[in-house]
Design a binder for this molecule. Structure first.
Ligand code: NAD
Length: 488
């Protein structure tokens, strides 16, 4: 963290419809992970910056909560058009600050658009319920209301999609919003704010405060924040959940993951290998739904061969290059940490069958690393237990499906799991017994779409109501019950 440099733009906060400088003079460099070139500086805002944003959001809330729901939705329709018109530009911004491939970034923008589409259904989604005649001449009705001001805290790996999991639906439900984007990928958030203003969103409904821990703590401590949506790593998710809950706030905290893919002996090995390679190494393994552990069922060397072959064919490089799948990790420190995991895997006795370190030498700049695969990994090894969030894949061996399901059960995480098979019985057993919230049947990244909840289990999620779908609507609204007597 250093003092402001003159030649690179320092991002502004967006508060009450205005672009304002942070009260802090501290900034952090924002780097392009493919080159480590500084592309912007992000202010490390203070709790006072947060208080200003919450004040603006609270003021806007008075009018916004009374704005008719279809009128709120119409602004989001316009927003959807603007986001679609700028689809390419938004994807390029994602590549520049996150490093993932353009194809992945384009897909991410699409996932974000779908969240806006879902939020446009607010007039239907916010409908209440009625029952005529709960007793003689007495009826009951339920109405939904917004909560007030909601805070959102987001990670580096989906700078477009994750904020859009939160604020379009929160706003459509009549809340106002303060977003704290990741300090490592903060640029896109400002573009999202610009386009929302262009769509006609009133001042103060959506605010952005850049920074790190102080901004997070400022949101958690602020009495005027009614709810917190968080997505990030497990220790921080748990901290945010506990702090927010202790302040009486509603909270949904999406956390880390370790996703197991079971390859059954009857699976199509080529297709399974293709899906696993793309899931494990796309976005350099930095996806909460990435496959990080494969359970090879039976004596299945043919599959392992197919997997290795596809890993050798992987194209590594800058995300703007069309051929590329394996892109850089977010920061040099993340690459260092990944190298530490490779060492640990070797020390703990796993067989290194593909060493991604050798490809590092081909890249002078950027945080590149090849695909690493360990075989004969056992559940007590560090690389089997921890979320590495890196291009490392662990292969575990099991005699049968029960053994594979056991590995999933032993994991502290339960975001996603996949099975590759044609056997209906195995599919059913997997569906019933896999201890995770988002399952794939022959699907490499079984991430749910905006109209379903993003449904992690165990230490992958803290809270009750997930993001998206009806859970999202329940999270961002509170209910009022009316009981009426008509024989008065
Ligand atoms: P991170 O936890 O480092 O950061 C997330 C947010 O928390 C950022 O805005 C950051 O500024 C803030 N933060 C970080 N440390 C903090 C602290 N000590 N106190 C207060 N605030 C703090 O996560 P990341 O590295 O940006 O993102 C990757 C993680 O996010 C992975 O663990 C991944 O699995 C997880 N993730 C989960 C999901 C999901 O749906 N479960 C989706 C995307 C990412």
């Amino acid at each position: 963290m250093t003092v402001i440099k003159k030649d690179v733009a320092v991002l502004k906060n967006f508060i009450g419809g205005k672009w304002v400088d942070s009260l802090s003079s501290q900034t952090l460099e924002v780097l392009n992970p493919a080159t480590n070139e500084e592309i912007a500086r992000v202010p490390i805002s203070t709790k006072e910056d947060v208080a200003m944003a919450v004040k603006a959001a609270k003021l806007a809330s008075e009018t916004w909560k009374k704005t008719p729901v279809p009128k709120r939705a119409r602004i989001l329709y316009k927003y959807h058009t603007l986001l679609s018109d700028n689809h390419d530009e938004l994807a390029r911004l994602v590549v520049q600050e996150n490093g993932k491939s353009f194809k992945e970034a384009y897909g991410e923008v699409q996932r974000g658009l779908e969240c806006v589409e879902f939020a446009c259904g607010a007039p239907t989604l916010m409908m209440g319920e009625t029952l005529s005649g709960i007793a003689e001449d007495i009826d009951s009705e339920m109405f939904r209301y917004p909560l007030g001001v909601v805070g959102g805290i987001t990670p580096f790996n989906f700078p477009m999609m994750v904020p859009l999991w939160m604020f379009p639906l929160a706003i459509a439900c009549g809340n106002t919003f303060v977003l704290k984007p990741s300090e490592r990928t903060p640029i896109l958030a400002n573009r999202l704010a610009e386009l929302l203003t262009e769509a006609g969103m009133p001042d103060g409904v959506f605010n952005v405060v850049h920074g790190a821990h102080d901004v997070v703590n400022g949101l958690l401590e602020n009495k005027d924040i009614a709810a917190i949506s968080f997505v990030g790593s497990q220790p921080v998710a748990k901290y945010v959940y506990q702090q927010a809950a202790s302040q009486g706030k509603r909270v949904q905290a999406l956390s880390g993951a370790k996703n197991h893919h079971i390859v059954m002996p009857d699976a199509d090995f080529n297709k399974a290998a293709e899906h696993i390679i793309s899931s494990a190494f796309g976005s350099a393994g930095q996806r909460c739904m990435a496959c990080s552990a494969v359970v090879v069922v039976g004596d299945n060397e043919e599959f392992v061969k197919a997997l290795n072959k596809k890993a050798d064919e992987l194209c590594i490089g800058d995300g703007m290059d069309e051929e590329v799948l394996l892109t850089p990790v977010i920061r040099k420190e993340n690459r260092e940490k990944t190298l530490g995991y490779i060492e640990k895997g070797i020390q703990e006795g796993a067989s290194l069958i593909r060493d991604g370190r050798k490809e590092m030498e081909d890249f002078k700049e950027g945080n590149f690393l090849g695909a690493t695969i360990f075989d004969h990994v056992t559940p007590e090894m560090t690389i089997a237990k921890e979320e590495m969030f890196a291009p490392i894949l662990s292969l575990l061996r099991a005699e049968d499906l029960d053994g594979g399901l056991d590995y999933i059960r032993q994991s502290r995480y339960g975001n996603g799991a996949t099975i590759y098979t044609k056997d209906a019985g195995a599919v059913r057993q997997f569906r019933e017994e896999a201890d995770a919230g988002m399952l794939g049947i022959n699907v490499g990244v079984p991430a749910t779409m905006a109209f379903f909840p993003f449904s992690g289990w165990k230490d992958s999620f803290y809270g009750d109501m997930h993001v998206n779908g009806k859970d999202g609507v329940n999270f961002y609204t509170r209910k009022k019950m009316i009981t009426s007597r008509f024989d008065f």
